[in-house]
Design a protein around this ligand. Sequence first.
Ligand code: PFF
Length: 452
Amino acid sequence: MLGPMSAPQREHWSRGLGFTLAAVGSAVGLGNMWRFSYMTAEHGGAAFVLLYVLMTLLLGLPVMLAELTVGRGAGKSPILALGHYGGRKWRPLGGLFVLTGFAILSYYSVIAGWTLRYTVSGVLGGFPEPSNAEALFGQIASGWDAVAWHLGFMVICTFVVARGVRAGIERASLLLMPVLGLMLLGLAVFAAVLPGSGAGYGYYFTGDLRGALDFDVVTDAAAQAFFSLSLGMGAILTYASYLSRQSDLPLEGARIALSDFGVALLAGLVVFPLIFALGLQHDVGESTLGALFITLPTAFNKLGAAGAIIGVIFMLALSVAALTSAISLLEVVTASLVDVWNWRRAPAAWLCGGAIALVGVPSALNLEVLDAMDSVGGQFLLVLGGALLAVFVGWVMKNPAAEAAGMHPRPALGAWVWLLRIVVPVILAVLAFYPGGLASQSFGKLWKLFTG
Ligand code: PFF
């Protein structure tokens, strides 16, 4: 057997900011800096931002607290944690979480590979001429180059997870998160002083609010809230399983959500002023998965020498943000092997990392596969997982309010349970299964892939 039976004592975060920074590191990622900006552009600016905030408050925060509660209470990764409170028949939901993490990381790492590649080529030779930008993206985004960078990124990510909760995940977060914050602040200040950036803010903060009434926009906003907060697949649950009894869960949840939104907002304050100042807004109007990866490098090129430095910082920030999120995705899968089958951490991490890297190869070779994986894993499965977890905590767990409170009683927790029982599952079920909702969108994409 590769994984000798040994069940060492469960690790815990060290006191202080260990958990908070790791959880914020999980939440803040490509979702904030790339997906949030492209979805905002796709859905016409401010209306989307507003809906996103609403979805975060109404659906995201309650599910966040549900994950924190189950994870800390059980002290186990998803499969055993759900079994702990609900008996064996609930374990498959934990299995679904692991599968979702597997699926998301397999393509997430491909995009992270692009950001690494842009960083390195930015350092070596600057950013592409506008006329070349699209061709360069094509080269970087799919093909054996993309496979190589994807594998490289998976090696870095696996290395951190293999080292363990404190020596790996916590240390990486303590180092990387402040660096990321500083880089983003610097970029936002740079974008603000560019002549013509005002139009970008105008686009970002005003707009036709009727756009927010569209069913598709609501669905995308909800799915984006789950993706961005790392909810619906047990990442926050797993991180919370290393928390001590004293932690204040509602406070932690609010901190994570606020920081996550703050970074998404800040990333928009970099992207939109930059794009408008350089007159490139029409290029992202018809926004697709890759638009930002074409438009932004063009902007960096147009800005000359300063642009090369700014571009490298931006791409590096994206890589760092992606790394701390990818670590949490891999941790869900790895911790399950460690908890359920008593594997040692290092071999478990390398086996899971290797398997995920392999499954990601088709996404690195074909953008349509990547898009379908994002739709199924990054949207539909997260929303489904969030709905099922809400039902679990609301209806199956005994006295969730007391479990969530721990040593910090709060009267509002009664209302939280009712949100989980009714409001959250009903809204999420409609968004997932309504005709034209997430299920039909994502399976439509899969179907198209297989039938050509
Ligand atoms: N929250 C990450 C982001 O915004 O990029 C992505 C993510 C990480 C989703 C972990 C889900 C997850 F469990």
